[in-house]
Design a protein around this ligand. Structure first.
Ligand SMILES: CC(C)(COP(=O)(O)OP(=O)(O)OC[C@H]1O[C@@H](n2cnc3c(N)ncnc32)[C@H](O)[C@@H]1OP(=O)(O)O)[C@@H](O)C(=O)NCCC(=O)NCCS
Length: 113
């Protein structure tokens, strides 16, 4: 288990999904980059509960929250293996962006809210 923090940690919105037994199902974090633009980061669904629609629900919640904060566009950096998931959530690829640890290709994606 590890943890990741950056300078936007305290000013970001942390979103967590759990079930009625308190099991942690998934998380994501929403940060505001500018008045119009929000960014989704640290998106992950507990392996045991993947493929059950939880990721999509987290995204829908984050989008609603971003809209309430005045954002007009939501961006994210998708790793290659999650591209299709984000496409199903309505995101489109803007550009091939960066390579993490020399092997995990990421893509900048966006969705107008
Ligand atoms: C990617 C991730 C967040 C998706 O969450 P999830 O709860 O499993 O996804 P959902 O069940 O909401 O899936 C929604 C749709 O996307 C599809 N989908 C989900 N993950 C997918 C993947 N990796 N590749 C292709 N399609 C995928 C599902 O089949 C489903 O399609 P359907 O509506 O046609 O049935 C989750 O698998 C995860 O945490 N993966 C590991 C961490 C990671 O990659 N995070 C993203 C970093 S950028």
């Amino acid at each position: 288990m590890g943890s990741e923090k950056d300078n936007s940690e305290d000013s970001s919105t942390h979103i967590m999904a759990s079930d009625e037994n308190g099991n942690l199902l998934g998380v994501c974090r929403l940060q505001k980059n500018s008045p119009d633009q929000a960014q989704l980061r640290f998106m992950a669904v507990n392996e045991t509960f993947q493929g059950k629609g939880i990721g999509m629900k987290l995204i829908a919640y984050a989008e609603e929250n971003a809209k309430q904060q005045g954002a007009k566009i939501l961006i994210l950096q998708a790793r290659e293996t999650a591209l299709e998931f984000y496409k199903k959530c309505g995101y489109s690829v803007v550009e091939k962006s960066f390579l993490m640890w020399d092997r995990i290709q990421h893509y900048l994606m966006e969705k107008k809210l």
